[in-house]
Design a protein around this ligand. Structure first.
Ligand code: A2P
Length: 276
C-alpha cells in the first residue's frame, strides 16, 4: 500500500522529497524533488530513481524498484527534475505517477551517461534528436551555457504521437527564449542559435512525420535551409525508443558520422529513453 511504501522509503539514506508534480497528458508527467547537496552531474546524464516495491509475499521484505531516468534539470539548479511516461502496468511508473509533493522517492546519487558534451569532438552545429520522453536529457543540456558556447547552431527536434505530448518541450523552449534569467545565463545573443523543430506522427500539426523519414526525404534540411550533415561540422545526440535509436544511428552513419563515448569522443552519441 502507498502508506507502507512511504514509511519504508523514509528509512532509506537515498530518500529525496518531491516538491512539484505536473501531469502533461494521461501518458506523461514531470516532477521535481530535492537534490542531495553532494550530487554533482554533467548535463545529459541519468541516475537511478524509484520507490520501494511491494512486500515479498513470503518474507514480507521490500526491495527498492529502480529505473534509469535522465536528469531533465540543469546542473546549476537547486532541485532535480524528471520527465516520465506513465505505463499503467509498469512496475515502477504505475506507482510513481501517483506521487505527490511532500512524498519521497529513492535516488541513487551516481550520475552516468553518454549524452554529454565530453563525448563529442568540437563542431559547428549540434543536433538533439528526441522522441517522447527522450526530450528529458535535452531539457538539461538546453539550459547549460556550454551548449551555446561550444556551437554556432543548436537544433532540437522532438517527435511525439500528438500535439499534447509536445507541450513539455515546447514550454521549455519558450521559457529559454523568453525568461530574463535564462537570457542572462545563456547569453541573450546566443538564443538566436536555437532552432526548435517539433513533429507529430498521429495527429495533424504544422509538421508531421517521423524524424527519420523527414531526414531521409530531405524535408528537415529543406525546412531549415541546411545542405546536409557532415562529420566536419555536425554533432548529434539521440534519445528515444530502441527503434528510433537504431534507425537514426544508421542515418547518421550514412552521413559519415561516427559514434563517440566519454573515453573516445566522436561525432554522435545515443541513449535509450526510459520506457516504463
Ligand atoms: P509513430 O507514431 O509512427 O510510432 P512513443 O510514444 O511510442 O514512444 O513514440 C514517440 C514518437 O516516436 C512517435 O511519434 C513515434 O512515431 C516515433 N517513433 C517510434 N519509433 C520510431 C522509429 N523507429 N523511427 C522514428 N520514429 C519513431
Amino acid at each position: 500500500t502507498p502508506v507502507n511504501t512511504q514509511t519504508a522509503v523514509k528509512a532509506l539514506p537515498d530518500a529525496q522529497t518531491v516538491t512539484e508534480v505536473t501531469h502533461w497528458t494521461d501518458r506523461l508527467f514531470s516532477f521535481r524533488c530535492t537534490r542531495p547537496a553532494s550530487l554533482r552531474f554533467r548535463s545529459g546524464e541519468f541516475v537511478m530513481i524509484g520507490l520501494m516495491g511491494d512486500p515479498d509475499p513470503k518474507t514480507g521484505k521490500q526491495k527498492p524498484l529502480l529505473r534509469a531516468y535522465s536528469i531533465a534539470s540543469p546542473s546549476w539548479d537547486d532541485e532535480l527534475e524528471f520527465y516520465s511516461i506513465k505505463v499503467q502496468d509498469g512496475p515502477l511508473t504505475s506507482k510513481l505517477q501517483h506521487i505527490q509533493p511532500g512524498e519521497q522517492i529513492i535516488l541513487r546519487p551516481k550520475p552516468v551517461g553518454t549524452l554529454v558534451h565530453d563525448a563529442l569532438l568540437p563542431g559547428k552545429r549540434l543536433w538533439f534528436f528526441a522522441t517522447g520522453t527522450g526530450f528529458a536529457p535535452f531539457a538539461s543540456l538546453l539550459r547549460d551555457p556550454q551548449t551555446f558556447e561550444d556551437y554556432e547552431q543548436v537544433i532540437i527536434t522532438h517527435t511525439c504521437r500528438d500535439v499534447a505530448e509536445l507541450e513539455y518541450g515546447r514550454r521549455l523552449v519558450e521559457h529559454i527564449r523568453t525568461d530574463e534569467m535564462m537570457g542572462e545565463l545563456l547569453g541573450q545573443e546566443n538564443l538566436g542559435k536555437l532552432t526548435y523543430y517539433p513533429t507529430t506522427t498521429r495527429e495533424e500539426s504544422l509538421r508531421m512525420g517521423r524524424i527519420t523519414t523527414l531526414l531521409e526525404d530531405g524535408t528537415l534540411f529543406a525546412d531549415l535551409g541546411i545542405d546536409g550533415m557532415s562529420p566536419d561540422t555536425d554533432r548529434a545526440m539521440v534519445c528515444g525508443s530502441l527503434g528510433l535509436n537504431t534507425d537514426l544511428k544508421a542515418i547518421l552513419e550514412s552521413f559519415g558520422l561516427e559514434e563517440g563515448a566519454n573515453s573516445d569522443p566522436k561525432h554522435y552519441v545515443v541513449e535509450k529513453a526510459f520506457v516504463g
